[in-house]
Every structure is written in structure tokens, then in C-alpha cells.
Design a protein around this ligand. Structure first.
Ligand code: AMP
Length: 435
């Protein structure tokens, strides 16, 4: 599949804007790989490819902050295939470690596509399926191995895989790896890799624990940061409700009980524990709810998602990282139960509703400690999100006394009637449950 990726991403620096004009050949890629990109109808490298590929080919370690959808897979697969094609040793020389089997299968499929004019053997191993076919693929002595941590350790334990000849290591979606509790597996695997190797580290976010892990794996890395475009669809009706933290659950319950148009609702919490507690509370109130986060098994996540898609589950409570792979049409309402501390997450979250021109709504619950996160978001999207009051707010939160936004922000309340605070969220609309 080809998409106009270069048009979808915002490039942070002037230098990055210049490299965007490069072709795949300009990045130092050999003709068989350039041909493969033409076969894929890629017209030019995406920013993450322009920035990562030349450094990777030069043998540098790379720390890249980039999300799925930016073209990051090609950013590591293309240079690795080129480096592996130079020698013909029948042993695993490159390892790509990725958290889920879907991602592993996707990377394998990309390696098939990009490597079609080269002769670099590659194989994929992941859990949840019989190891028979994977063993067979390993007997072909692939140079590139794409793996999820659990199955890799399993096969190493059975002496079917050895990492002693690995010279290139890619850690993909490091933040998700941590969120899914794979840190110990990752460390065990890294301990088996030769010290003398190249490491390419990809993560969608750079939380402190991700940075800590990166610092133990990388040597003098080149840093690359690609941020997705920060535009919110005009079809999404956004609002914020100022509320105290303890009153948030009652507020959500009230909205769900009183608003029949909120048929398929995606709720974001900051923590996994928070997601569980909220989901339990809504279930107790008779609202069909499921939670999806990194501590859930793959099976539980798939079941939760399937129920949400087919309408059996009305509310899906998710953490940001778990929600990344969620691709569900017809989400009528997104609720930011916790305001994200990374403003870009807000854009991703609310982008789950109002898709393909359909209308959608996004409500953010902002407690006093989250005011600065909200200000960051409004700065990023260059719009002031209209505020709504509710009876459930336990104390007056002096909305009116907020300072006006800085000059470049558009005041969304000054927009035409249909974009003002929706009628259903005008003051005293919700039942008086007090925290
Ligand atoms: P990824 O972020 O690696 O998951 O890639 C997302 C999608 O972008 C995949 O479908 C790729 O085939 C596609 N893609 C990758 N690089 C490019 C490019 N330079 N131009 C157009 N599409 C691309």
C-alpha cells in the first residue's frame, strides 16, 4: 500500500525539510532497494526515512522518536537489507525485536516487499501459533530475524536460535514493549547480543523509562524526532469540562446514562490501573464496558476490541499505547478521562472520532492539576477548546478567571453557532452527583 506519507507528517527542523526533497537513491540506497521503493510507488522518502537511513548505512546507532504511520519500518528495514546483502554468511546477523505478533508479521511483509530484488534470507517468529513453520524457516538460515520477545527466548532456550553473530539490532516500539511488561525479556535478549553491534531504537514516545532503556543500549546515537501533523478534524466537536479528580467517574457515568447518542465511546485514561477501575465502575452501573491496556493478554485485547467493533461493548477504556492499534469506525464520542501530558496524544486520541468526514465529539475532563496539560494542547492545536460546566464539579473551578489564550490562539467560542458549546453540555445538564 502506498500513502502520501511525506504530506502527512510535520517536519520539525529546517534541515529535515531540506532532506525531504531527497530521493531514495540520494539516501545511499543501492539500486535493488530503490527499485523496490518504486515498485511500492513511493515517490520520495518520508522524513523519518530521510533522517535515519543515511546514518544507519554509515553504521551509527540511532534513537528515533517516530510513530507507526510515519514510514519507520522502511527506515530500518531498507538499510539493514542493504548492509546484510554485502556478505553472504548463513547466520542471523540482524535482529528486529517488536512487541506484538501483528507488528512482527507486518515487518516481515515489508521485508518481503523491500527485499524482493535482493537475496537476503529473513524469517519471522512470534508466539500464539505452532512453532513448526518457524523452525522450518530457521533451518533455512536467515540473515534477518524478526521476533517478539517471548517466542524468541523460547526458541533460544531450545537452541534453535543463536544471537552470537548479530551485528545489527533494532528495537521497535520500545515504549509499547515497556507498557506490555517486556522489559525483563528485552534485557535478557540484549544481554545475549554481542557488544560490538549497531542498535537502532524506535519509540513513539520518549517517556523517562524509555530514555533510560535507550541509554543502556545505544552508543553515541544520532537522535531523530518526527512528530505527526497536529491538525484536528473540523468535524470533531471538542469541549472541556473542568471537574475535580474525584468527581470524574460520576461525571462520565452521568454522561453515558443521559446521552443516548454516545453509542460507541472510547475513553482514555493515563494508567492501566485507572483503566481497570473505571471499567469496573461502569460495568457495575450496567454500562457495557471493556478495558484494553498493556497488562491484558493479547487474547483479552482482541476480545475487547472485537466486542467494541461489533457493538456488544458500548464503552472501551484504553491507555494511549494500547489504543494505538485500534482502528474502529463509527466512534461517536472520545472522552479524555485524564488529559494527556503529551499534547500530541490529544490529537491522536480525538482523531478516533469524526473520521472520513463523519461528525464526532471529544470531551476532556480537566482537573486542577491538569490545567497546564490543557494549555499545552491548546497551544499545539492553536485553538481554545470551549469549556462546559457540570453539576458534578465538586467545587467552583473559576473557569471565567482563566487568563485569555496567547495571541496566535483562535478563540473557538467566537466561531459560528454550530461550533459553540453543544447544547447537551450546557451548564446543569447532568444529574447532581457530587463527589
Ligand atoms: P509504517 O509507519 O512503517 O508502518 O508505514 C506506514 C505505511 O506507509 C505503510 O503502508 C508503508 O507501505 C507506507 N510507506 C512507507 N514509506 C513510504 C513512502 N516513502 N511513501 C509512501 N508510503 C510509504
Amino acid at each position: 500500500m502506498s500513502i502520501d506519507i511525506a504530506a502527512q507528517v510535520a517536519v520539525p527542523t529546517q534541515e529535515a525539510r531540506q532532506v525531504c526533497a531527497l530521493s531514495f537513491a540520494d539516501l545511499g540506497l543501492a539500486p535493488p532497494l530503490v527499485r523496490a521503493t518504486l515498485d511500492e510507488s513511493y515517490s520520495s522518502p518520508s522524513p523519518v526515512q530521510s533522517e535515519v537511513v543515511p546514518h544507519a548505512l554509515a553504521g551509527r546507532d540511532v534513537l528515533a522518536c517516530a510513530q507507526t504511520g510515519t514510514g519507520k519500518t522502511a527506515a530500518f528495514v531498507l538499510p539493514i537489507l542493504q548492509m546484510l546483502s554485502k556478505t553472504n554468511e548463513a547466520t542471523i546477523r540482524a535482529l528486529v525485536l517488536t512487541p506484538t505478533r501483528e507488528l512482527a508479521a507486518q515487518i516481515k511483509e515489508r521485508a518481503d516487499a523491500y527485499g524482493r530484488h535482493l537475496n537476503v534470507g529473513h524469517a519471522v517468529i512470534y508466539g500464539g501459533v505452532s512453532q513448526y513453520r518457524q523452525e522450518k524457516a530457521l533451518r533455512e538460515r536467515p540473515s534477518l530475524l524478526i521476533a517478539t520477545p517471548g517466542r524468541l527466548l523460547d526458541l533460544i532456550g531450545q537452541r534453535l536460535v543463536s544471537l552470537r553473530d548479530v551485528t545489527h539490532f533494532v528495537l521497535d516500539e520500545a515504549d509499547r514493549m515497556l507498557d506490555m511488561g517486556f522489559i525483563h525479556d528485552v534485557r535478557r535478549i540484549v544481554a545475549m547480543l554481542p557488544q560490538n553491534r549497531q542498535t537502532l531504537f524506535f519509540s513513539a514516545t520518549m517517556a523517562p523509562e524509555v530514555v533510560k532503556l535507550a541509554s543502556t543500549l545505544l552508543k553515541n546515537p544520532v537522535r531523530v524526532s518526527i512528530t505527526p501533523a497536529v491538525t484536528t478534524a473540523p468535524t470533531i466537536d471538542q469541549s472541556v469540562i473542568f471537574v475535580t479528580k474525584p468527581a470524574k467517574k460520576a461525571l462520565l457515568q452521568s454522561i453515558l446514562e443521559e446521552d443516548a447518542t454516545a453509542e460507541r465511546v472510547l475513553v482514555f485514561t493515563r494508567t492501566k490501573v485507572g483503566a481497570n477501575r473505571l471499567s469496573e465502575r461502569l460495568e457495575r452501573a450496567g454500562i457495557r464496558t471493556a478495558a484494553i491496556h498493556g497488562n491484558k493478554t493479547q487474547g483479552a485485547r482482541e476480545r475487547a476490541l472485537a466486542g467494541f467493533k461489533n457493538g456488544l461493548t458500548r464503552v472501551l477504556v484504553a491507555t494511549d499505547i494500547a489504543a494505538r492499534g485500534i482502528d474502529v469506525d463509527g466512534v461517536s464520542l472520545v472522552v479524555n478521562f485524564d488529559i494527556p501530558n503529551e499534547p500530541e496524544s490529544y490529537v491522536h486520541r480525538i482523531g478516533r472520532t469524526g473520521r472520513a468526514g463523519a461528525s464526532g465529539r471529544a470531551i476532556s475532563f480537566c482537573d486542577p492539576d491538569e490545567r497546564s496539560f490543557l494549555a499545552d494542547i491548546e497551544r499545539l492545536i492553536k485553538t481554545r477548546i470551549p469549556s462546559t460546566k457540570s453539576d458534578i464539579v465538586a467545587e467552583p473551578l473559576a473557569i471565567a478567571s482563566q487568563p485569555p489564550p496567547p495571541a496566535p490562539l483562535r478563540d473557538a467560542t467566537a466561531k459560528p453557532e454550530q461550533q459553540r458549546m453543544p447544547r447537551r453540555f450546557r451548564p446543569r445538564r447532568y444529574r447532581g452527583v457530587r463527589a
